[in-house]
Ligand binder design. Structure first.
Ligand code: ARG
Length: 240
């Protein structure tokens, strides 16, 4: 669907995966809210159409976009080379890094500290990929580290609390949001073997066949960043 088709249909179709607070999560009344939802609504308004949001498993978002089932994906989605082969990405709108959710009695800082541990990560996420690579041919090779794919990062809380998992790898703000109010859990940055932060940037993914939509998305992102509205929204949803 090109921009003309979107305008003619009156609907901008967005895919995401929730809960991933503060970007997409459910309010007490069941409404889907968050930073990504607000950005998407702003893009729809800019185009003069309505926003329609559908939820999919995280690892199905980019394949569904490629199959033409939606116009864009906003999901705290990290821009990387592999994904740039499947979609076009907007300008980055968030700087993120990988964190661990661990029992507060544990002291785990670098990848190799996960040797012998059972580690969870959302299926298809960059956190999962980092651990899988470290096990395949990195610092976790032959260390007995086990990787478990989670459908939903919110499973981390129960599974680390009951000891089923030793740690969960997930993005910084999400780790902080999920562990807030759980004294038995801590959220702590995960560093590479060399002590580097595992930094990432989020972008809006658009079908490569739709450069006009991509420019509209970039205009909205630039405006939200420059006006300070984006940081205000992040603060607002982090406090919820
Ligand atoms: N930033 C990570 C990635 O792109 C995790 C994103 C998970 N997002 C979500 N809505 N569940 O792989």
């Amino acid at each position: 669907r090109g921009l003309d088709d979107i305008k003619a249909s009156g609907q901008l179709l967005m895919l995401t995966n929730a809960p991933f607070p503060p970007y997409e999560f459910y309010a007490a009344d069941g409404d889907l809210i968050g930073v990504d939802i607000d950005i998407a609504r702003r893009i729809a308004r800019h185009l003069g159409v309505e926003l329609t949001v559908s939820i999919r498993p995280f690892d199905e978002l980019l394949p569904a976009l490629a199959a033409g089932e939606a116009d864009m994906v906003l999901a705290g989605l990290t821009i990387n080379d592999e994904r740039l082969k499947q979609a076009s990405f907007s300008l980055p709108y968030i700087d993120a890094m990988q964190y661990l959710i661990i029992p507060s009695t544990e002291n785990i800082k670098v990848l190799e500290d996960l040797g012998g541990k059972t580690v969870g990560a959302q299926a298809g996420s960059t956190g999962e990929e980092i651990i899988a690579k470290a096990i395949a041919d990195g610092p976790l090779r032959k260390t007995g580290c086990q990787l478990l794919a989670l459908a939903d990062p919110a499973e981390a809380v129960a599974k680390v609390l009951n000891g089923e998992l030793d740690a969960v790898v997930v993005d910084d703000t999400v780790a902080l949001q999920l562990t807030a109010g759980h004294a038995a859990l801590s959220a702590t940055p995960l560093f590479s073997q060399s002590g580097a932060m595992l930094s990432e940037q989020y972008g809006v993914a658009v079908a490569p066949s739709n450069p006009e939509l991509l420019s509209a998305v970039n205009e909205v992102i630039t405006e939200l960043k420059n006006s300070g509205e984006l940081s205000a929204k992040i603060k607002k949803y982090e406090a919820m």
